[in-house]
Design a protein around this ligand. Structure first.
Ligand code: SAM
Length: 233
């Protein structure tokens, strides 16, 4: 049973990545979905996947381990009559071929950028890949919070080359997309907190909000980038 807190946390997020509507449209045009199967590995609630199949003859498969997100995706697909199936499974364990694939902000599900690019090469020959990169020299604090295996943008493109992919499209999330992503990622919890001030989870939610806001503006704003690549092979 999914409670109101679980739903409220991400209620204001369109998807779980820094991306505005116009940029999303561009990425989907470059991915060029027509027919067959499109799989989204680490799909979250699959909003981009639902849009990807819209108006095409393709069917979508969304794979994730987050039950709450999958549930939201299933409800959205049903309401909008989208031909998308949501599967609860580890992305690295999904076996199949697809005409198109997406993996956005989920390379960690494969053990990192390069293992993800290698694994996805066995799945498709046209991939929308969204991955973090250092947009500026990371501080020690940034490495501590975000990990040590993030590449630079040239390093990310090198990893594509080394795994046999060619870059058909490259764009990056801009500051407004990042600020909107961060704001929507905390505003769901904030609104929940304002309407549940006495809830036993209120104190930890307040702490989470303080920490996330501080970390964003003092540690990784302008330091962590998100690159969107349409890769072909
Ligand atoms: C940053 S979110 C991106 C979600 C989605 N791609 C989007 O753009 O909205 C990363 C997603 O990876 C999922 N994830 C993490 N580990 C996973 C795994 N081992 N297998 C499948 N999904 C995983 C999380 O549940 C989460 O939904």
């Amino acid at each position: 049973m999914v409670d109101d807190y679980a739903l409220a946390r991400r209620a204001n997020m369109r998807w779980n990545t820094p991306l505005d509507e116009q940029h999303a449209d561009l990425l989907l045009r470059r991915l060029d979905v027509r027919e067959g199967t499109i799989v989204d590995l680490g799909c979250g609630w699959g909003e981009l996947l639902i849009r990807a199949v819209d108006g095409t003859a393709a069917r979508g498969i969304g794979v994730d381990v987050d039950e709450v997100a999958l549930d939201r995706g299933r409800r959205a697909a049903t309401e909008r009559g989208a031909e998308v199936e949501f599967v609860e499974q580890a992305a690295a364990e999904w076996r199949g071929k697809a005409e198109r694939a997406m993996c956005i902000g989920a390379s960690h599900a494969f053990g990192g950028t390069k293992p993800a690019l290698e694994a996805l090469a066995a799945t498709t020959d046209r991939l929308l890949f969204g991955d973090g990169y250092w947009a500026a020299e990371p501080t020690e604090a940034a490495r501590e919070i975000l990990g040590d295996d993030i590449l630079t943008l040239p390093g990310l493109l090198e990893a594509c080359r080394e795994t046999g992919w060619r870059v058909r499209h490259l764009s990056t999330a801009d500051q407004r997309e990042w600020d909107d992503f961060e704001s929507t990622s905390w505003s769901g919890r904030l609104e929940w907190l304002l309407s549940h001030p006495e809830d036993p989870r209120a104190a930890e939610t307040r702490e989470w909000l303080d920490q996330r806001e501080r970390e964003y503006v003092s540690v990784y704003r302008g330091v962590l980038g998100l690159g969107y690549l349409v890769l072909v092979r």
